[in-house]
Ligand binder design. Structure first.
Ligand SMILES: Cc1cc2nc3c(=O)[nH]c(=O)nc-3n(C[C@H](O)[C@H](O)[C@H](O)COP(=O)(O)OP(=O)(O)OC[C@H]3O[C@@H](n4cnc5c(N)ncnc54)[C@H](O)[C@@H]3O)c2cc1C
Length: 480
């Protein structure tokens, strides 16, 4: 039987005018913005909580929340979330009032904001397929539920699955991994290193490569000050006061990123000790696992990566407790419940943001969001810590064309799957930016619904006005 004929027989489980696919930070911002604009909105999420990488993935820091000169908070739902978490954290969590302090609070504050906006949420539905008309218009999503396959119907769809699972099954053009020559394209920008001593842009043989995946975890009882002195450095055996022989006798030596070579450096999956202070004194978030060459849209690779990263975590926990000064009295607290994916499928949309446009902070008349994060390509080949460096102005701009494609008239995307090349996405993938593109996509969807137009034909000047009214900072040229 033809697949579509079969799908047409499936029961409709739910429907709404605007379907937001994926409840990470970008999806939450999109759904809240769309519902606040008065649109009937439903958010579909495969897991059981909101926040995606920020919560289930234990990615504590929300970066890119203001311009690098500190003059402009980027505002909007992003700022509302930070304010709400900070206020609640004072009362419920810890001595620290930093937004980083209470990542699990995000889940419930997002849920509260979502429900207050009027949007509905449906948990535990995994989007597996998309049915479209001949012109690319999406008719419905096919989801896998506890009760088998179902249909979710909508008029406009916002893909915030991070992996672009909706667009990947639609008529949209998409790409996975680095484009050929994308590093050569930034070679003359004078990109400065910020967290790697190597200052050259590597030769351009990265085509098709993806940033590695990682599992995050947290420790308590850490002497953070002592441990931090080893942060982001290549560590020799002597730095830890151990010998090669002692390291060679450690049970995990020879496996999972701890393979010894002839150098004096201790082998580690990330090549470095990498921790940052978290909830309260003595708590550190650890970002030290790294699995290379994983395309998270490939089910076998995705599962294999969970296995490899999970086994790496056992070894890293033991490594920290056995060798690293500052961890003598530390204890393992928790790890993320799902793999952290930095990069997977991206839209090739009406506009593709280039790395050099991020680095040089190109302005666009149809800007709908700003970002301030560095270019941060975790080395797909695992040889370096990262390829990247500072942008040249306080903030860069993201044009509306990065969220939409004429090939799918009733779809937008936001978050880490927007239409940006491999270099540009290493900055745009960051959580603050994901929320800002989400908010823009949500408002744009409500406008397209009201106007009966395609997502590509939304009046961007009006969208910019609505975003500004909603508290989003947009650095636009003065208009009459
Ligand atoms: C290890 C690591 C460290 C990072 N460090 C930082 C940092 O320091 N600062 C920072 O700002 N950012 C950081 N990032 C980047 C950032 O966390 C993510 O890029 C960002 O959170 C992406 O948000 P999103 O909403 O696009 O996607 P996600 O957060 O991935 O959300 C996608 C949601 O969609 C759901 N979903 C996926 N597929 C389906 C499907 N088929 N059906 C239904 N639901 C689906 C998922 O369950 C998830 O809830 C880091 C990322 C990683 C992996």
């Amino acid at each position: 039987m033809d697949k579509q004929v079969f799908y047409n027989t499936l029961p409709v489980l739910a429907s709404a005018d605007i379907i937001v696919a994926g409840g990470g930070l970008s999806g939450c911002a999109a759904a809240i913005a769309s519902a606040r604009a008065g649109a009937d909105t439903l958010l579909i999420e495969s897991g059981g909580c909101l926040g995606g990488a920020a919560t289930a993935g234990l990615v504590a820091p929300i970066s890119s929340i203001r311009s690098n000169d500190g003059k402009h908070a980027f505002g909007g739902i992003l700022q509302e979330l930070l304010d709400a978490v900070t206020a609640k954290a004072k009362k419920y969590c810890a001595s620290s009032i930093m937004p980083i302090s209470s990542l699990h609070l995000y889940k419930y504050i997002l849920l509260d904001k979502l429900k207050n906006s009027g949007a509905n949420v449906f948990f535990h539905l995994f989007i597996t397929d998309v049915v479209s008309d001949a012109d690319g218009t999406i008719r419905y999503l096919v989801v896998s539920s506890k009760d088998g396959l179902k249909r979710i119907e909508g008029k406009i769809f916002i893909d915030t699955t991070g992996d672009g699972d909706v667009m990947g099954k639609s008529s949209a053009d998409t790409i996975i991994g680095s484009e050929p020559h994308v590093l050569a394209d930034i070679a003359d920008t004078g990109l400065l290193k910020s967290h790697d001593k190597q200052t050259d842009i590597p030769e351009d043989d990265y085509a098709g490569k993806l940033q590695p995946v990682s599992l995050m975890m947290q420790f308590g009882g850490v002497d953070v000050k002592r441990a931090t002195q080893y942060m982001n450095k290549k560590i020799t055996y002597a730095d830890f006061g151990i010998t090669r022989e002692e390291f060679a006798n450690w049970p995990y030596t020879g496996t999972l990123g701890f393979e010894m070579d002839d150098s004096e450096y201790i082998p580690m999956p990330q090549g470095r000790v990498w921790l940052y202070p978290a909830i309260r004194d003595g708590v550190a978030t650890i970002n030290m696992s790294r699995v290379l060459n994983i395309n998270a849209c490939d089910p076998q690779a995705y599962s294999d990566a969970e296995v490899k990263a999970g086994l790496q975590l056992i070894a890293i926990i033991d490594f920290l407790l056995t060798f690293v000064p500052g961890f003598e009295n530390a204890y393992f607290m928790e790890s993320s419940s799902t793999l952290g994916i930095r990069e997977s499928r991206r839209l090739v949309g009406d506009y593709v943001l280039r790395g050099r446009e991020v680095i040089c902070c190109q302005e666009f008349p149809d800007t709908i969001a700003h970002g301030s994060y560095i270019i941060d390509i975790h080395d797909p080949k695992g040889k370096r810590m990262a390829i990247g460096g500072e942008i040249k102005k306080p903030h860069y701009s993201i044009p509306y064309g990065c969220l939409v494609t004429k090939k799918v008239p009733n779809m937008a995307t936001a978050g880490r799957s927007i239409s940006a090349d491999h270099v540009a996405m290493s900055a745009t993938r960051i959580q603050g930016t994901a929320m800002l593109t989400g908010q823009a996509a949500g408002i744009a969807a409500s406008m397209a619904l009201a106007a009966g137009c395609t997502m590509s034909d939304v009046d961007v000047t009006v969208l910019q006005k609505k975003l500004t009214e909603a508290g989003v900072f947009l650095d636009l040229p003065d208009r009459d």
